[in-house]
Design a binder for this molecule. Structure first.
Ligand SMILES: C[S@@+](CC[C@H](N)C(=O)[O-])C[C@H]1O[C@@H](n2cnc3c(N)ncnc32)[C@H](O)[C@@H]1O
Length: 334
């Protein structure tokens, strides 16, 4: 249900003036924008990933998948020769698309042991990823392992690419998210690609699961990664007309592009970066398969990483109070 963005005071505006995207030259490092769907090749690829009748709904989740596949395609990594790792993978649909395109895709997550255990990070993914397959796929090419994204068990340079979609913001703050980006960079070979999407504030207000634009760049510090291209912060004016208030609106309504939680208005940002240098992987497919087999045979130990202590819960309550107050003040000032 589209409606006009409410007049929310800009706490700290990091974004330059909004401008129309160049349709035939869609950047990789950008905010999710309604206008991106006007690109024919974008829509076609999105529909292929979705595996439907050719429709590509205006949903930022599908946008994230499409941006990932574009980044891999543009870097020549979509072939059976290449191995990829997904971190905080859940049962995201793009895993199955990539399993049909790449040598191996390893899905890693705290399966059965995170706030998402009843949904996308259920143990059933670990036991049998095929149970969640949206369409036929190369079953030998996709395996799931229980693994903390901040302490990946793979040796350096194991993969050609690693990615993390809509998960970094759930890892317990900026520093943990940056550790995960460094871990992805470590397990990718020099010359390989790290790609992630996360939540980026459009109006300077944040909650604990939304980053400011400057923090997105901070996530790459100390990682030996270089952005594939500079960030393009432009957004079409049209995109700002669509906003879903997470506390009031139907979350399944489309277009699902910009979200509002308390005073924070945010959307997805995609980031593609290359690891400096150029070297082959340290693992071939057989070695990766046996390593994954080894990880899968170890009984999963419940990881304390996502468990909240009493003081963390108290801090969260205070934060919620702060966000409510900000929201109230914003609506009074609007
Ligand atoms: C919003 S879901 C996204 C799932 C999937 N990437 C997608 O796009 O559908 C966030 C995921 O991050 C996972 N997660 C949270 N903390 C994690 C951690 N420390 N290590 C690995 N995964 C984690 C959750 O279990 C969950 O599956």
């Amino acid at each position: 249900m589209p409606y006009t963005t409410p007049k929310i005071p800009q706490k700290r505006l990091h974004l330059p003036a909004f401008a129309q995207n160049s349709l035939n030259n869609l950047p990789l490092n950008k905010l999710c924008d309604f206008a991106d769907w006007q690109d024919d090749s974008f829509r076609l690829l999105a529909a292929q990933i979705l595996g439907t009748d050719g429709s590509a709904p205006y949903h930022r989740k599908l946008w994230e998948f499409t941006q990932l596949v574009r980044a891999l395609k543009e870097n020549g990594l979509l072939s059976l020769d290449y191995l990829g790792l997904s971190v905080g993978a859940g049962f995201e649909r793009v895993l199955y698309y990539l399993a049909n395109q790449c040598g191996r895709i390893i899905a890693s997550d705290l399966y059965g042991d995170s706030a998402f255990a009843a949904g996308e990070a259920s143990r059933s993914v670990l036991e049998d990823p095929a149970r969640h397959a949206p369409y036929p796929y190369r079953q030998e090419a996709l395996s799931a392992v229980y693994m903390n994204g901040c302490a990946l068990g793979f040796p350096d340079s194991s993969f050609d690419f690693a990615f993390c979609l809509s998960s970094l913001e759930h890892f317990g703050g900026l520093e943990n998210a940056a550790v995960c980006v460094r871990e992805m960079a470590r397990v990718v070979r020099p010359g390989g690609i790290v790609f992630f999407t996360t939540e980026c504030s459009l109006n300077g207000f944040v909650t604990d699961e939304v980053f400011k634009p400057a923090e997105i760049e901070y996530l790459l510090t100390g990682s030996s990664l270089t952005l594939c291209e500079p960030f393009n912060w432009s957004l079409s004016g049209e995109t700002l007309n669509y906003l879903i208030d997470m506390r009031k609106d139907d979350l399944s309504s489309l277009p699902h592009i910009n979200l509002k939680l308390f005073a924070s208005i945010f959307t997805s940002i995609s980031v593609a970066a290359r690891k400096e240098g150029n070297q082959p992987r340290c693992l071939n497919i057989e070695a990766l398969d046996s390593l994954v087999e080894k990880f899968r045979s170890i009984p999963t130990q419940r990881d304390a990483v996502n468990r909240k202590t009493l003081s963390q819960r108290a801090i969260k309550k205070l934060l919620v109070l702060k966000w409510r107050t900000e929201d109230l003040l914003c609506s009074l000032l609007a």
